[in-house]
Write a protein that binds this ligand. Structure first.
Ligand SMILES: *Cc1c(COP(=O)(O)O)cnc(C)c1O
Length: 429
């Protein structure tokens, strides 16, 4: 069931041939069209779009998103710093850091961005430090959803947000420090393809909102899913509009004095389908009843299959007409969990073939690590006009070690300029 064909498959093969593998390639047109779709379906209400930059914080992607007029949701001090340097206006940045420290809070406050607080103790600390100021509060509507238990970010067992049961406490802290709660926020989970569960959580927030007279916005989170599996359908955006946007318009009409703006902050939906990880098969290993196709990349470069059991379509760019066979496509990391796909039909694979691992634009490279000391993949943008731009090179093993342990560079130079013959000979014998 190799049902889907990558957009730009010719360009992708060229990229693999010209720049080698492993390489992440991103299609900027796809990012643009996703933003346009969201714009179109939110046009009916006063709304703003933020991009959850943890999904992918590659510089040109952030630049494109800034240019297209979206803001960002930043979840760590470095994300905040990067967003500011890219040029996002502070008023277009929401800072939603977890376990926020005093230093993080002060940095965000001095940058003039909106701070989103999900713990009562932090709200109290914020009130003490900045009495009389404005703040956004993240609620836990006690309804969660998502494509995997690990990405559900609300509900009874979730660490995120202040429970809607504690609204009285929020109000009393706000009174104590004269805080104006100008925003309520929720984000119930990720990869949601079912519109009605999103609405259920939103309606909890809408009810809660009636307790807060100073509100300027309601941030309804991200979580919009994309189809990864062949049997999954894309989110029906017309339905999304009628299940979510229409009732929001009604709510606003019912409370005309409250000039509320609605914010959505998707990450995955914007970038997931723009990204492809290009890998080369270097080892075919028939073993027992399986065929392992070993590639020059691994879980360090794409963690989603391992931690979420995520499905990513794999397409053989070098043999698109090959007869499909069943493979375990596995990585080069010393971990038995290291796989891209199990029991997966892919067009017949030969050693040397280039595979496209699809829909990896979100939570792919942004979760990557150098585990096993495998250097990170190169990253390449496919620009609007089809040209390609190298964003980051693939480090060689030597460059990576020089970066991690710069103090070893001199030793290496010494060693290579004055090789000790006797040592070499000793080793050889
Ligand atoms: C991660 C995150 C998002 C984006 O989630 P997606 O599922 O990628 O849309 C939105 N808001 C917050 C606070 C997040 O942490």
């Amino acid at each position: 069931m190799t049902s889907r064909v990558p957009e730009n498959k010719k360009v992708l093969l060229e990229i693999a041939n010209n720049f080698g593998t492993p390489t992440y390639a991103y299609n900027s047109n796809r990012i643009h069209s996703q933003i346009e779709t969201l714009r179109k379906h939110t046009a009916g209400i006063s709304s703003r779009l933020l991009y959850a930059m943890k999904a992918n914080s590659l510089r040109p992607i952030l630049q494109q998103i800034n240019k297209e007029g979206m803001g960002v949701d930043a979840v760590s001090p470095a994300e905040l710093e990067l967003a500011l340097r890219i040029g996002f206006a502070p008023e277009h940045i929401l800072f939603s850091s977890n376990n926020m420290t005093d230093d993080e809070m002060r940095r965000a406050a001095s940058a003039g961005v909106t701070i989103n607080i999900g713990e009562l103790s932090r709200l109290r600390q914020y009130g003490k430090t900045y009495p009389g100021s404005e703040i956004c509060v993240r609620l836990n509507p006690r309804i969660g959803a998502g494509h995997h238990a690990h990405v559900i970010t609300a509900g009874e067992e979730s660490k995120f947000g202040i429970s809607v049961d504690q609204i009285d406490d929020i109000i009393s802290v706000a009174h104590e420090f004269d805080l104006q709660i100008i925003g309520l926020h929720q984000h119930i989970g990720s990869g949601i393809l079912e519109t009605r569960i999103i609405w259920k959580a939103i309606s909890v927030l809408l009810d809660a909102a009636l307790n807060f007279p100073d509100l300027k916005f309601l941030n309804l989170g991200g979580g919009l899913g994309v189809p990864y599996r062949p049997d999954e359908k894309p989110l029906d955006m017309a339905e999304w509009e009628s299940v979510i946007i229409k009732p929001l318009r009604k709510y606003r009409a019912k409370h005309p004095s409250r000039n509320l703006e609605f914010i959505f902050e998707p990450g995955r939906y914007i970038v997931a389908e723009s990204g492809t990880l290009l890998v080369e098969v270097n080892t075919l290993k028939p073993s027992n009843d399986r065929i392992f196709a070993g590639v020059d990349s691994g879980m360090g470069h794409l963690l989603r299959p391992v931690i979420y059991g995520a499905h990513h379509t794999i397409y053989n760019l070098s043999n698109p007409d090959g007869v499909p066979r069943t493979y375990d496509v596995v990585g080069n990391i010393c971990e038995s969990a290291d796989f891209f796909a199990r029991d997966r039909e892919v067009q017949e694979i030969r050693e040397g073939d280039i595979l496209a691992i699809m829909d990896v634009g979100a939570y792919g490279m942004s979760m990557a690590s150098e585990y096993n000391l495998r250097p990170l993949p190169a990253e390449i943008m496919i620009l609007e006009n089809g040209d390609t731009e190298i964003i980051s090179h693939r480090e060689s093993a030597e460059e990576m070690i020089d970066r991690i342990y710069p103090e070893l560079i001199r030793q290496k130079v010494q060693a290579s300029t004055s090789p000790s013959r006797s040592n070499i000979q000793d080793r050889e014998t």
